[in-house]
Design a protein around this ligand. Structure first.
Ligand code: SF4
Ligand code: SF4
Length: 167
């Protein structure tokens, strides 16, 4: 140990330096979030637990049972049974998703041609019963209250030629 180190130790330099850091953080704003009493706002592209969005015209899920999401899902955790409704629409009679196998990759949301399945800002899905991870169509539709707000953008007003043609 050199003379310089002896002087540093005798003057408690390291201790004073540590206490100055402690003192600084004692007066600055706290960054710790006391979860679950406080929660952070998720980012707009956060991929949380899924939802099926309702079509306001039919009050059914917007899903047209095209089978793209169960096909692309790398975990094979989506199960869809399609059928034709009495008014001639193709819809999902059954739509099940096993969250316990999902890797939250977002491919199902990306591939959906009608934006029926979305990943929401909801992430608090912990449970003591793994059966709670099996989401059926009803549960997925109930989850749409957690969808990012841009999903609910109003339909644009029909204008010009579209209006004349009654579209
Ligand atoms: S997020 Fe990925 S793994 Fe999960 S259901 Fe969608 S496609 Fe499958
Ligand atoms: S990709 Fe969309 S429309 Fe096709 S089955 Fe999945 S949720 Fe339904």
């Amino acid at each position: 140990m050199g003379l310089k180190d002896v002087v540093k130790k005798a003057a408690f330099v390291d201790i004073l330096r540590g206490m100055s850091v402690t003192g600084t953080y004692f007066v600055v704003d706290k960054v710790t979030v006391e979860y679950p009493k406080e929660k952070l706002q998720t980012y707009p592209r956060f991929r949380g637990i899924h939802a099926l969005i309702t079509d306001p015209d039919t009050q059914d899920a917007k899903c047209v049972a095209c089978m793209l999401c169960p096909t692309i899902c790398p975990s094979q955790c989506i199960h869809v049974v399609g059928e034709e409704t009495p008014d001639g629409r193709s819809h999902a009679k059954e739509f099940d998703l096993d969250l316990a196998r999902c890797i939250f990759c977002g491919l199902c949301e990306e591939v959906c041609p009608v934006a029926a399945i979305v990943m929401t800002r909801f992430y608090e899905g912990s449970t003591y019963d793994k059966r709670d991870f099996l989401l059926d169509k009803k549960a997925l539709m109930a989850n749409q209250v957690y969808a990012h707000k841009e999903v609910f953008v109003e339909k644009p007003e029909a204008t010009g030629a579209a209006k004349e043609e009654g579209r």
